[in-house]
Design a protein around this ligand. Structure first.
Ligand code: AP5
Ligand code: MG
Length: 221
């Protein structure tokens, strides 16, 4: 199963990807997380991209694409969160998978209102150990259930959230059309609870995607 999650900052891509990954046993690849790790490690790459990410702007493709390729190679099943963010990236992913004889099975687009997104991101806290996210209004401790320390992401400041939203709005339409034209797109109302969104995703995966993958496998045998 090869899935892509699209959506604005704070639409719930990471939240849903973690749930899908643990239920279906597919690897969760978060492009944003990979980039943040480079920054935290202080690698040469991290030093180069830190100012770009700090402003909420897009990291250049010549940095992103080799990272993606290295992570995806040899993976039979994944849920990809935060990539693609441009039509060029969508085409790169398609060509990359095709070079390995693979295709995507589904693309979920999480759609949420801006007001809700700003509220979610400004109160978000992230566990430094396991990456689980919380909201300050609903979780009062500064420690995750795993014991890790909860911190605020440096790009969750109001002015940076605005930049991230602008970058998203500029890019999403052609990407949506690209995947729609390939009959891969499922649009979901992400203004609802994470559980409600997840229930819809599981329903689509169980009823439409997995039976098709099984059927294709049988055809190959
Ligand atoms: P990235 O880390 O991908 O950030 P993003 O796209 O801005 O998305 P977020 O991670 O902020 O939100 P999310 O959708 O994962 O929501 P979450 O589940 O956490 O990218 C960061 C940066 O890296 C980019 O700005 C760019 O600079 C760079 N980058 C990354 N990929 C790139 C690429 N391909 N090309 C170029 N540059 C790239 O949820 C948010 C909060 O809401 C959480 O607190 C969560 O608990 C809560 N929540 C989630 N769902 C619900 C719900 N349904 N109801 C209530 N609360 C909810
Ligand atoms: Mg995320």
């Amino acid at each position: 199963m090869r899935i892509v999650l699209l959506g604005a900052p704070g639409s719930g891509k990471g939240t849903q990807a973690r749930l899908i990954s643990s239920k279906y046993g597919v690897v969760h690849l978060s492009m944003g997380q990979m980039l943040r790790e480079e920054v935290e490690n202080g690698s040469q790459l991290g030093q180069r991209i830190a100012p770009v990410m700090h402003k909420g702007e897009m990291v250049p493709d010549e940095v992103i694409n080799p990272l993606l390729s290295a992570q995806l190679e040899g993976l039979p099943a994944f849920v990809l969160d935060g990539y693609p963010r441009s039509i060029a990236q969508a085409k790169y992913l398609e060509a990359l998978l095709s070079s390995w004889g693979q295709v995507l099975n589904a693309v979920f687009l999480l759609e949420a209102e801006t007001e809700l997104i700003v509220e979610r991101l400004s109160g978000r806290r992230v566990c430094q150990v396991c990456g689980k996210t919380y909201h300050v209004n609903f979780y009062k401790s500064n420690r995750c259930t795993c014991g890790g320390k909860l911190t605020r992401r440096s790009d969750d400041r109001p002015e940076v959230i605005r930049n991230r939203m602008a970058a998203y709005r500029q890019s999403i339409r052609p990407i949506r059309e690209f995947y729609d034209s390939r009959n891969l797109l499922y649009q979901l109302d992400a203004n609802r609870t994470a559980e409600a969104v997840y229930t819809d995703i599981c329903h689509i995966l169980d009823e439409q995607i997995l039976p098709y993958i099984e059927w294709e496998k049988e055809g190959d045998d």
